[in-house]
Design a binder for this molecule. Sequence first.
Ligand SMILES: Cc1cc2nc3c(=O)[nH]c(=O)nc-3n(C[C@H](O)[C@H](O)[C@H](O)COP(=O)(O)OP(=O)(O)OC[C@H]3O[C@@H](n4cnc5c(N)ncnc54)[C@H](O)[C@@H]3O)c2cc1C
Length: 478
Amino acid sequence: MVTPAADPLDRPIEPIATTPEARAAFLADVEAELPGVRLLTDESDRESYRTDETAYLRGELPLAVALPESTAEVSGLVRAAARHRIPIVPRGAGTGLSGGAAGIEGGLTIAFTRMARVLEIDKANLVVVTQPGIINAELKKIVAAEGLFYAPDPASYEICSIGGNLGTNAGGLCCVKYGQTRDSVLGLEVVLADGSVIRTGGRNIKDVAGYALSHLFVGSQGTLGLITEATLRLRPTPPSRATLLAFFATLDAAGEAVAAMMTAGLNLVTLELMDQATIIAVDDWHGLGLDREAAAMLMVESDLPGSAAAEELDQAEAACRDAGATSSVRAADAQEADWLRQARRLALRALERQGTVRMEDVGVPRARVPQLLNAIDRICAKHGVRVATFGHAGDGNLHPNFIFDRDDPRAEAMTETVRDEIFHAALELGGTVTAEHGIGTSRRAFLEMQRGQGAVRVMRAIKAALDPLGILNPGKVV
Ligand SMILES: Cc1cc2nc3c(=O)[nH]c(=O)nc-3n(C[C@H](O)[C@H](O)[C@H](O)COP(=O)(O)OP(=O)(O)OC[C@H]3O[C@@H](n4cnc5c(N)ncnc54)[C@H](O)[C@@H]3O)c2cc1C
């Protein structure tokens, strides 16, 4: 008779070190074994690693923050942490919106700020090899100097790191054409939970040898391994973009225009939406002369070569008109297009001028964007919560932002209720509770509801296999 294999999920995970003695022994080991690693232990230094940008999460104070400069140092830190059962939080630039990089009481935060070098640009193979701490915009600038383009483009690209983008599988403003971060990843170097180092993938465009491990680590929010190097896909620099803004009297009309542009097969690089509250906040800040009466605005961009871009925008404009656009305007030149795009990128900051903002990240199949927009408005109106919604409509990904007074505890609790109802509405539409920001700590309660028990069990089995002691970012994702 065959004995069934032990279920990895039934295996007890060793307790995390909680005693002051264990923590002191860990710090003493790190100082003795890795004297070159900068280690922050002062409370004032550690305080700034308590949270990420998730305004409503309090986070916990890490025991220490390490700033390694090499893979060998990361590996040494992980080995010491495993020996003493110290939880580890990998951290990029801390701009995440799910609590993924938030500190853990008694844990070691490993911040990749000092591992921020581009190691190689392989022009012949359109590949860049980089350390994870580099800021996305910096990487874009370095490859642009070689006539190359790194596509992934989160709105936070000037402040977030490639490691964080890999950790969250970040999206952004050009996914509709170029995909999410994962679509630009060819290979990784990863430090596993026992300190060993593996390489996944490589420079091959086609490669099906074994399981797709790179894809597994991307988006795992530091719960399966620490990414210390990435081999990323580049493209030749596309032509500068042609930009169209279209205004609509109803959210439904804007949603219909999105669906029409997608089904027409347009190869747009940007298809972003702002609702009226966002239009007004952005216009108040930047004085762009946007139509403040409009219920919604679409920003549509093409990066096709030569006259093809203008022709593609002609088709987009016709689709908007047919859907009932009240007006449309094109950027006069590349500089004006940059201003408009920058204003869209800073939409969250514009809203933050009005109060504390809780940003959510729901997604639905693209054709259901109008239903999701209506559900968001209906739910927020029912509970009297102020909301401003913008997002990547071409990907079916919307960010409802709840604006409230931080000192009003009732308001903050109410945003929780509203958020939960919006999550249910998104799931009923066949959508997701997070399209690009990640489950982190803030959306854990909804993972099983969305994915189902069986799928989450598989995730936990993978986690248990790769991190049997449960020291990698515990309490996040699964
Ligand atoms: C104004 C604003 C706009 C934003 N716009 C977008 C947007 O358009 N699209 C989008 O997707 N996000 C957006 N974000 C969210 C955020 O910028 C992204 O999630 C980004 O990818 C986080 O990068 P980071 O370097 O700040 O990572 P962090 O917040 O430090 O970490 C994010 C996650 O990755 C893990 N991690 C970090 N480094 C590593 C590593 N080396 N190995 C393994 N795991 C690691 C962390 O543990 C954590 O779970 C926005 C945020 C702000 C504040």
